[in-house]
Design a protein around this ligand. Sequence first.
Ligand SMILES: Cc1cc2nc3c(=O)[nH]c(=O)nc-3n(C[C@H](O)[C@H](O)[C@H](O)COP(=O)(O)OP(=O)(O)OC[C@H]3O[C@@H](n4cnc5c(N)ncnc54)[C@H](O)[C@@H]3O)c2cc1C
Length: 456
Amino acid sequence: MRAAPLIVGAGPAGIRAAMTLVAAGLRPVVVDEAPACGGQIYRQPLIPDGRTPAGRYGSEAAKAMRLHTEFAELRDRIDYRPGTLVWNLALGVAHLTRDGKSDSIAHDGLILATGAMDRVLPVPGWTLPGVFSLGGAQIALKAQGAAIGRRVVFLGSGPLLYLVAWQYLKAGVNVVAVLDTAPFTAKLRLAAGLLLDPRTLLLGLRYAAELRLAGVPIRFGVEKPEINGDGRVDSIGWAEAGRVGHLACDAVAFGLGLKPEAQLAELAGCAFVFSERDRVYVPLRDRAGRSSVSGVYVAGDGAGIMGADAAEAAGERAALALIEDRGLAFDAGRARQLESALKRLSRFRDVMAAAFPFPHDWRIADDTTLCRCEEITAGEARAAIAQFGIREINRLKAVSRIGMGRCQGRLCSGAAAELLAQETGQGIDAAGRLRGQAPVKPVPLSLMDRISEVAE
Ligand SMILES: Cc1cc2nc3c(=O)[nH]c(=O)nc-3n(C[C@H](O)[C@H](O)[C@H](O)COP(=O)(O)OP(=O)(O)OC[C@H]3O[C@@H](n4cnc5c(N)ncnc54)[C@H](O)[C@@H]3O)c2cc1C
């Protein structure tokens, strides 16, 4: 008997993929490290906090409830393993851990729907208590009903900047300011998105308008941010059009968009390709989500940032590809429909990328920590690059230990690649990408023997 297909991730992409496989008569295994389904956008609270879905998910409440309900209805037709991390993939077997115990599972067909994480570039003071990534600030609010501070500044670029600031405002937190690193003129490019995804665009404009109406200052073209504090954040400074700004606050949420969580695709042996839009390498895939490895499919933000609606469509499309590749009946018309929706949403993503551009001139000061796990400063990285003539990120890791710590480079590798590209005068694509290593995320020490066995 053939093994079951495995889906990693129970966010919008993974849920839709599971529904599609079940409809075709398959019984997939669905693994997610989160305790409940929903992924990032439709994350469920750890404990009841008295808020209604509308209070928690705002304009997306109906979509969240629909996906949660539809997934719950699948429960006896799938093998769902919440709270379970896939920490390695090798030769058709996934290595898992849950509650400190290890397990492995053979699969026939693998859909990776592992989502994204914040992209962060170091700023002075970013390691102070009270500084969170934008996504982290949102998780605190969404999953735990907690705010990261009483007077919060939101800094960076990307749609999440305004969304999370607005969510904090609605939760009754004092939003001190929104500091957008993009110039105001970049926002004019949003007009091109009106025909492609008017709902999302108008929602974003609403968030910005409500922040303004509530008296929240929104600054554009913010440069050289510096977070200050003695033991904890107490203020933030920045430059802007030749002037300097300064505000008191007790927390800062910052991020510069998202980056795909693609380490498992790497361990599965998938080929990668550089994405100009995401400024990182992403798994190579066809329009259906087939990777370069037979039987391995990638869907959702883990394959390139496209947003939640696209993640649903991509999850369904990848599952249809798996069904077709197994020789089962599949709906070709639906597949075409999904591909054309994904094409439109990709054009919308181009618009968003233009409206929230990456700050190419971001310069990391020598005394700023670059890799916080290994406590390596940008100056130390620059010295290593100069001393050893380094041009590629894996060499920088070998020489300096950047990316060798607990986060396995998930947090620092983007910044290290940017720094390497700046120092060597080459494009960020030429700096390369860190080779994936198991375990892809921190695991309990009780698994050390198992990891050594797998490594042998
Ligand atoms: C912190 C954060 C907050 C966000 N909030 C919003 C928002 O409010 N609104 C919005 O429009 N977009 C938001 N986004 C963007 C969001 O990622 C997408 O819109 C959407 O959730 C993508 O769906 P997905 O199914 O591709 O991935 P996700 O929703 O991210 O789901 C991926 C799932 O895979 C699981 N997973 C990953 N790796 C492993 C592993 N190794 N083992 C087991 N499980 C694993 C994760 O636990 C997660 O549940 C957010 C992104 C981040 C990073």
